[in-house]
Design a protein around this ligand. Structure first.
Ligand code: ADE
Ligand code: ZN
Length: 319
């Protein structure tokens, strides 16, 4: 009998982590104190709509340019401490467009901070620029064009976040076509608050390379088989799914069934300041509560590197 694998030392990609929600609790409190405001309570909410309001309260604290620099540096430091070797960080330029004047300037500023943090902590990264699917189609095209400007310069994928209900993937076909033409990966959220038809649109209309969440594909065996056959990765966030009522309990999470059906999955934290666990704790949870074996956990970790835009050196070191 061999000892269980040390999951800290398993080389992991972190592919589903939204920037503002990766702030440390202590840093959130300190920043609020310097601004003379109450730190937002980020852990009390019920349902996606309240979650979304909580998420936006984080923006009130990240007001100073120095706050963004601190946030970025600490995110990279924390990922390294979790054994992350490649970070695909979700950023939404629309949160900073007023401050910096344009989406492209906001991305340029954030990319500069990320490059500094990347060198300082020795962690490879790419940005997933996320479109807010509750905003307009024109807005989505603006963001896609800004993201495309930085293809090969730090931006690696185009995402689609916020409330899936009433905001179908298909509405964003043009934005994702722009991204694909620029060589970016297509990485929309789908199959979280809406079932299989949403995942279907993500792969058929947005030509998703990976689907963020995607777990409700489990409701359609044919779709599961297709995800497996096409090697489309699902970037799964177990605790997020429990706290946003996508599944009733962690024990019922479909990750083991998706893996058993041959679907490639990565394990991620999504919004740790809101949901609690960091990526390492999510891996531990998958072992303790979902019964994933060391081999399955290692497969998920390898998927999180192999099926991404991680640099070749990172891929060969992790193989
Ligand atoms: N933005 C941050 N986390 C999200 C999630 N789980 N679903 C949709 N949008 C999000
Ligand atoms: Zn997310």
């Amino acid at each position: 009998q061999t000892a269980p694998r040390n999951l800290r030392d398993l080389p992991k990609g972190h592919l589903h982590l939204h920037m503002e929600a990766a702030i440390r609790p202590s840093t959130l409190n300190e920043m609020a104190a310097t601004l003379g405001i109450e730190p937002p309570n980020t852990t009390v909410f019920s349902g996606f709509s309240q979650f979304d309001i909580v998420y936006r309260t984080l923006l009130a604290v990240l007001q100073e340019p120095t706050h963004l620099a601190t946030l970025m540096d600490q995110i990279f430091e924390d990922q390294v401490a979790n054994g992350v070797v490649y970070l695909e960080l979700g950023v939404d330029s629309s949160f900073y467009v007023e401050r910096y004047g344009s989406h492209s300037r906001a991305l340029e500023v954030m990319l500069g901070l990320a490059r500094t943090a990347s060198e300082r902590h020795g962690l490879a990264f790419g940005f997933m620029v996320t479109i807010d699917r509750t905003a307009s189609i024109e807005h989505s095209i603006l963001i896609a064009e800004a993201a495309a400007l930085f293809a090969g310069e730090g931006v690696v994928s185009l995402g689609l976040a916020s409330d899936e209900r009433g905001h179908p993937c298909a509405d964003f076909a043009e934005a994702f076509a722009i991204a694909k033409a620029a060589g970016l990966h297509s990485t929309p959220h789908a199959g979280e608050l809406v079932g299989p038809p949403s995942v279907r649109e993500a792969i058929d209309v947005l030509h998703a390379d990976r689907v963020l969440h995607g777990v409700r594909a489990i409701e359609d065996p044919e779709l599961v088989a297709e995800l497996a056959a096409r090697g489309i990765t699902l970037d799964v966030c177990p605790t997020s799914n429990v706290l946003l009522d996508v599944v009733d309990t962690i024990a019922e999470h479909p990750l083991p069934r998706l893996l058993a059906a041959g679907v490639r999955c990565s394990i991620n934290a999504d919004d740790p300041i809101i949901f609690g666990p960091n990526i390492l704790a999510e891996y531990e949870l998958c072992r303790a509560e979902l019964g994933l074996t060391d081999e399955q956990l290692a497969d998920c970790a390898w998927t999180s590197i192999e099926t991404t835009a991680a640099p070749d050196e990172v891929k060969s070191a992790a193989r």
